[in-house]
Ligand binder design. Sequence first.
Ligand SMILES: Cc1ncc(COP(=O)(O)O)c(C=O)c1O
Ligand SMILES: N[C@@H](CCOP(=O)(O)O)C(=O)O
Length: 418
Amino acid sequence: MAELELTDDVPSVADDGVWLTCIECGEDFAPFDAIRYTCDECDGLLEARYADLPTWDDFEGEGVWRYNAALPFEEGVTLPEGHTPLHRVPRLEDDVGVSALRIKHEGMNPTGSFKDRGMTVGVRVAQELGVGRLACASTGNTSAALAAYGARADLETLVLLPAGKVAAGKVAQASLHGARILEVDGNFDQCLDIVQDLASRGEAYLLNSLNPFRLEGQKTIGLEFMEQFFADYETYPDRIVLPVGNAGNTAALYKCFRELRKAGAIEEGDVPKITGVQAEGSAPMVEAVQEGNDEVRRWDEVETIATAIRIGNPVNAPKALPGIRETGGTAVAVSDEEITSAQRDLAEEGVGVEPASAASVAGLRKLREQGVVDSDENVVCLTTGHLLKDPDAAAKAGVDPEPVPNDTDAVLDHLAGN
Ligand SMILES: Cc1ncc(COP(=O)(O)O)c(C=O)c1O
Ligand SMILES: N[C@@H](CCOP(=O)(O)O)C(=O)O
């Protein structure tokens, strides 16, 4: 577990105890003196670092900013976000066959996905840097969150979407919150290539998860479910199962657990196994984990009903792969049918999620059937987006409405099956 440690050295570039470090070459950078997303020296991914790491007693309040002692600022542009439920799902728990199963439903954030946690911090950093235009590539949720938080901060927002591949609810959100929406004749990864080009030419501030500050907000998912789970069970979960797209959450959770370890807030044995799930038609991370590769191969052709994770080039893979390996986790691919079936299972417990979110439960079920997950495990599944994000997928997975005449007796006849 050597990689669960962080360095003790505070570099001279630190600003109020915060700095950025390249995860590849270790170069340190001042956090807010210039706009940078990757390392000036080697183009490696950057990670925010802190001189002081907090423990549980240092947190107060609710939501993302409850954890401001672990964030670069005390407060941000808030709607507010976080403080999402950790649902009990007793029938599903029994059916899957684990000791405890809880659903951390990030679909209950203000714009209906976990992206709000990243944006509240990311947009605060954008204000600090004094940028004019915010931009992202998106399979939908990032654009919805960027549009809302950009609107709240009164900043211009630009979103690039793969044409025809984004669920209706998400496009509607970006539109009504006033983002300029460009529909690209290409996939998400190609949209992100363009946004990265725009950002490097100084045309926009990139707020995809390549931006290290987005992940600072998203790591509060981990802080929150660890606290919630402990409050109910007086132990931490053995495993966190989550859908993987650009691998930002996987990276953020790994960082969360490393920081908790470093602060002495948890023991090594308390670190949940990070377990990633992708759709079979879009599974480059699963391929790398299962083949033991250090690098993730970019998939040019990707397809799945779970449009949110229709991603072939997970940019956070260098941060996320060690997280899966070092915590003893794994990764698994599930079919679209398994995703839809898990979406129904959750809906039967009253938990409404979009298809990508249901992948976590589908993956857990598969790993349990394969014997990779034991029956005595305590598991949290992360559901990342709300059912209403993708009304078409929900309607297809659900039961069809039955037309009846405008007459009470006819309705009773119909109910009686006549
Ligand atoms: C609903 C939903 N679930 C899961 C993911 C995957 O998250 P990540 O990119 O952090 O792996 C995304 C976006 O990528 C998403 O929108
Ligand atoms: N599912 C994402 C894809 C982009 O991910 P990001 O975390 O890098 O912004 C989306 O909703 O667009």
